[in-house]
Design a protein around this ligand. Structure first.
Ligand code: PLP
Length: 419
């Protein structure tokens, strides 16, 4: 069956034919291709077409697909059983590796997705402060737990309102524009002793990539400290992406709690949340805050995650960042020469090209980018074998598997786009 036939059938079986909304490609007025295989920097669809991948499973595959060490570790683990529901060595070794690389996470708890990580971290923050309210940023996405679906980014931004989320659940969610410290300060001045935490993507990745302004993260740190609220860095995207120790290492700011996912599972379903020991010990069975999971700490996922972190220790982050910058500079120049100036936001191996000539600093400015022009660009890049996220408000990722010739192919493809 080709992609068209598979998609027709999928739509009779799953809403929109997909298991996660953006995959349906509706925001670029298109249809998805179905993937059969992925290796290194490439995806192969069911019709045998090859694509240079810039999605990498929305972030986890920073080493490229089927990295030999990661695949070998997963195969070896599965030969010892796929799930125990009991403690195993892999949980300890991966937890130790993460806590060494991210020292603010003195203790952590493994879960199965980024969504679970953030919802658990919020519960923990509320449980240990005894407060209900929290601050989140418009256009930040923290997974699909109810409390976060207020002005969320990513695919959630495309759903008008969020039916199924009672306002009683989001009434404690206080909103601020990303990079707007004054708005956060105003919340604290209004009700600082009721705010359990501020949760932030330290580099926003779900309204497109948006960098934090100088002083923004430090300002959040200071406000949280002043008012006794916890600062949660949602590093589901930035963890092991923007630096080996995540955004907190790169920007030198220490959060109280951190959530991770994506890369730490090496392509398997993993998330984790962690922080200072005295905070984490509020979790059951030591403390009273409850959270559990049948597949948490799954041995195959732990093995793949550990192999990924071990491999990343040998990788040159600076070199990949420099190559990614050269790529985005070149793409921006090509698009500008075609009469479509773009605002480039890039850090490490993540970037977004916004079809706007205005600076993008928050959701309001991200929303001004021209999605129609992005859709034209996306379609023609796909047709030339360049696989980009099917929405203009997402990140593109480069990986350690990308070769110079992949970037050259991407640049050639961009040159051929006709608007
Ligand atoms: N937090 C951030 C910053 C994310 O980007 C995502 C997903 O993209 C999540 C949380 C949710 O993770 P998951 O999709 O694994 O539930």
């Amino acid at each position: 069956m080709d992609s068209k036939a598979l998609y027709a059938k999928a739509q009779t079986l799953m809403p929109g034919g997909v298991n996660s909304p953006l995959r349906a490609c509706r925001y670029v007025n298109s249809e998805p291709v179905f993937i059969e295989n992925a290796k290194g920097a490439y995806l192969y669809d069911v019709e045998g077409r090859k694509y240079v991948d810039y999605v990498y499973s929305w972030g986890p595959q920073i080493l490229g697909h089927q990295d030999p060490a990661v695949s070998a570790a997963a195969h070896a683990a599965i030969d010892h059983g796929s799930s125990y529901g009991a403690p195993c060595l892999g949980e300890v070794t991966l937890a130790e590796a993460i806590t060494k690389l991210v020292p603010s996470m003195e203790m952590l708890r493994m879960v199965s997705s980024g969504t679970e990580a953030t919802m658990s971290a919020l519960r923990l923050a509320r449980g240990c402060t005894g407060r209900k309210k929290f601050v989140k940023f418009i256009g930040n996405y923290h997974g699909h737990a109810d409390a976060f679906l207020a002005a969320a980014g990513s695919a959630a931004a495309t759903v008008p309102g969020t039916p199924g989320v009672p306002e009683e659940v989001t009434m404690h969610t206080l909103l601020a524009q990303y990079n707007d410290l004054d708005a956060v300060r105003a919340h604290f001045e209004a009700c600082g002793d009721e705010i359990a935490c501020v949760i932030v993507e330290p580099v926003a990745g779900n309204m497109g990539l948006v960098l934090p302004r100088d002083g923004f993260l430090q300002g959040l740190r200071d406000l949280c400290t002043k008012y006794g609220a916890l600062l949660i860095f949602d590093e589901v995207i930035t963890g092991f992406r923007v630096a080996p120790g995540g955004a907190q290492q790169r920007f030198g700011i220490t959060p109280d709690l951190t959530t991770m996912g994506k890369i730490i599972g090496g392509g398997f379903p993993v998330g984790c949340y962690g922080g200072r020991r005295e905070i984490m010990e509020h979790m059951a069975p030591v403390g009273g805050v409850f959270q559990a999971g049948t597949l948490s700490g799954n041995p195959v996922a732990m093995a793949a995650g550990l192999a990924t972190l071990n491999r990343l220790a040998e990788c040159d982050y600076d070199a990949l960042e420099a190559k990614t910058k050269a790529l985005t500079d070149e793409l921006a120049a090509i698009l500008a020469s075609k009469g479509h100036p773009v605002c480039v936001q890039q850090i490490a191996s993540a970037f977004t090209l916004y079809f706007t000539d205005q600076p993008v600093t928050d959701m309001a400015s991200s929303a001004k980018a021209d999605q129609k022009t992005f859709a034209t660009y996306w379609r023609q890049m796909m047709d030339q074998g360049i696989y980009l996220a099917p929405a203009g408000f997402e990140c593109a990722f480069t990986s350690f598997a990308h070769a110079d010739e992949d970037f050259e192919k991407t640049i050639e493809a961009a040159k051929n786009v006709k608007f």
